[in-house]
Design a protein around this ligand. Structure first.
Ligand SMILES: NC(=O)c1ccc[n+]([C@@H]2O[C@H](COP(=O)([O-])OP(=O)(O)OC[C@H]3O[C@@H](n4cnc5c(N)ncnc54)[C@H](O)[C@@H]3O)[C@@H](O)[C@H]2O)c1
Length: 377
């Protein structure tokens, strides 16, 4: 089946669409954005002739059967559901939703739709993370019981240029942007989070109007997994500092992984059966030949040019493959909930001084009901 794609939210959507254009049987045919300049620029870059200001009009134009949703994060569910209600396929930007009511609405819509839904978590497709995924699946780390993800990215300026971030990322307290950290870590561990405790480091910065950010400067969440393991997430989107957005760590019974902390470094692993001794790290890149899937070792030129280290291409490719196969993608709506809901729950926990709050499993969610978070006593 040919995917005929319309993007809504043409700033970030433009990058994702570039990945989709490179995928066979996939054509980007329409662009929708409220901003005429953004719309026109994206249409020119993507060589698209159909431009829309109104999303309903794009959906009803007869031109598309697939929507790429890259609007501000509070609008993802609304825009995904409008497409799913028409039986269209949806590739949604992260996070999937901003509250539990939206999560219920999204899961209801995916269950009712014939369309495929996938969360566009590109961190899962970054090369280092793909190598670690394959190593984890091959058992190289043994039983995994600790994972860590870190997102330190000063979003103060961007919060002024994109005011939705001032409301939904820096304007709430908790891990308001959790998916780049949790996406790879939960995929490696093959576990889901069952409870979240979240604490913040206090407020040391003000926005240009002199208002304190609702978000504390450094926010940490410690999560329990369904197999008794731990996951730690650090989000710092307020502090003055250079960014580190792809730092990870993984520990298992047979080995461990420490990612690079800057772009010019290599990650490193220690594997019990292979290491010379207890203190010898091995560069991650040395394991690429053995563990990186062949298609990633010899990618099409479009993948090399795609954004976020080529990962925007692989997200698009897996989404298109899922639509073509009719099978749910690995990053389906339940995985989207696994990496989105802990962040929502962290806001409850931080308000309770760090009390552990259970994370609902949307696989057990009864269609049409509502979920209210309950703190443990
Ligand atoms: N995965 C990644 O690496 C990554 C990177 C950047 C952004 N994002 C995500 O992408 C999304 C967009 O981020 P951004 O930086 O492009 O934001 P942005 O504010 O720069 O762009 C959002 C665009 O959506 C348009 N828009 C808003 N409401 C609309 C509506 N109702 N109809 C049509 N157009 C509408 C706006 O006009 C704007 O052009 C966010 O959810 C963000 O979290 C993900």
């Amino acid at each position: 089946m040919q995917l005929r794609v319309g993007i809504i939210g043409a700033r970030r959507g433009r990058g994702l669409a570039a990945g989709l254009r490179a995928v066979p049987d996939c054509e980007v045919v329409a662009v929708c954005d409220l901003n005429s300049g953004v719309r026109a620029e994206a249409a020119e870059a993507l060589e698209v002739e159909h431009l829309f200001e109104d999303y309903d009009e794009m959906l009803d134009s007869g031109l598309i059967n697939t929507a790429v949703v890259a609007t501000p994060q509070n609008l993802h569910v609304e825009h995904a559901c409008m497409a799913l209600a028409r039986g269209f396929h949806v590739l949604s930007e992260v996070p999937a939703a901003v509250d539990l009511t939206q999560c219920c609405r999204l899961v209801d819509a995916v269950r009712a739709s014939g369309g495929t839904y996938m969360i566009s978590e590109n961190a899962n497709y970054m090369m280092a993370n793909v190598i670690v995924r394959e190593m984890a699946r091959a058992g190289a780390f043994g039983e995994m019981y600790f994972g860590e993800g870190e997102y330190t990215h000063d979003l103060k300026d961007l919060s002024e240029r994109t005011p939705w971030r001032r409301r939904w990322q820096t304007g709430r307290n908790g891990v308001t942007y959790p998916t780049h950290q949790l996406g790879p870590v939960l995929q490696w561990m093959g576990q889901r989070l069952t409870s979240v405790s979240c604490l913040g480091s206090g407020h040391h910065h003000e926005d240009p109007r002199g208002d304190e950010y609702e978000q504390e400067d450094c926010v940490l969440m410690i999560c329990r997994t369904d197999r008794g393991g731990l996951v730690k997430v650090r989000q710092d989107i307020i502090s003055d500092r250079p960014s580190i957005t792809t730092a990870y760590s993984l520990q298992g019974t047979e080995g461990c992984y420490e990612s690079a902390r800057t772009r010019d470094e290599d990650g490193r692993v220690w594997l019990k059966g292979r290491a010379e001794n207890h203190e010898t790290w091995q560069p991650l890149s040395e394991l690429a030949e053995e563990f990186l899937p062949a298609e990633h070792r010899d990618p099409p030129p479009e993948a090399a040019q795609a954004g976020h280290g080529g990962s925007d291409y692989w997200v698009a490719r897996d989404f298109a493959m899922a639509v073509h196969s009719g099978e749910p993608p690995e990053l389906d709506v339940y995985f989207a909930m696994d990496i989105t809901v802990p962040g929502i729950i962290s806001e409850v926990s931080i308000g309770l001084g760090g009390a552990p709050v259970p994370v609902p499993d949307f696989r057990d969610y009864e269609t049409g009901s509502n979920i209210v978070p309950v703190a443990r006593g």
